[in-house]
Design a protein around this ligand. Structure first.
Ligand code: SF4
Length: 217
């Protein structure tokens, strides 16, 4: 029987979380719970239950044209057994790059990664720290680290080892079946709150899943 996995969503194409048109896979459930996280909707464990086989089936039509795979969350390593099984199946079907975002620090995660060195090409590690600056590409706060785990990862992601620029401030907009609108990308501090204010001033309503304990942002 295929292993269960809890996901928040799957989408293609995603253009704001790595190079090219990518398949985005967001895990559901996060035990790290960073203050100021923009995706509190992914914190609860146990929602979005599916199986690894179903995930592979869902992404298969996109694999031949995708430039890469981005896995984020939620916290992928809270489901590490399912994560590695999924990565193995993806690796067997495509030679495109795999980027993973984790809220665990490099110190905490490096031993786990060493047990499966070829399944991830590049990884962004570390929790979102609301009091840190945000000046680096692919990172929501400057404590987060970009690591290259394979030669492919270095080739594809070395260009992100730099300061953020205007191009990094873009979002992919996705529409869910239930009318929800979802944004993928790495926002600047307060971007979602600003968008909410703009829409509300035009008579629309926007519910955001950002941790709003920091009204000054
Ligand atoms: S930023 Fe990532 S690791 Fe931190 S609480 Fe949000 S989903 Fe979890």
């Amino acid at each position: 029987m295929s292993t269960a996995i809890n996901l928040s969503r799957i989408h293609f194409p995603v253009t704001t979380l790595g190079p090219g048109r990518r398949i985005g896979i967001w895990f559901q459930g996060c035990s790290i719970r960073c203050a100021g996280c923009i995706s509190m909707d992914t914190w609860v464990h146990g929602r979005g239950t599916t199986t690894i086989d179903q995930v592979v089936e869902a992404i298969s039509p996109w694999l031949s044209t995708a430039d890469g795979i981005t896995i984020s969350g939620g916290e992928p390593f809270d489901q590490r057994e399912a994560l590695f099984q999924l990565l193995k199946l993806i690796r067997a079907r495509t030679d495109t790059d795999i980027l993973v975002f984790t809220g665990y620090t490099w110190t905490k995660i490096s031993d786990v990664l060493a047990s499966s060195p070829s399944l991830i090409d590049a990884i962004v590690t570390g929790p979102f720290e609301i009091d840190e600056k945000q000046t680096l590409a692919l990172r929501g706060s400057d404590n987060q680290e970009l690591h290259f785990l394979t030669p492919l990862g270095r080739t594809r992601f070395e260009c992100y080892d730099r300061s953020i620029n205007e191009r990094d401030r873009s979002f992919d907009v996705m529409f869910g079946d239930n009318g929800d609108l979802w944004l993928a990308g790495i926002p600047a501090r307060g971007d979602f709150r600003r968008l909410q204010t703009i829409l509300e001033s035009a008579g629309s309503t926007l519910r955001i899943s950002e941790d709003t304990r920091f009204p000054s942002l």
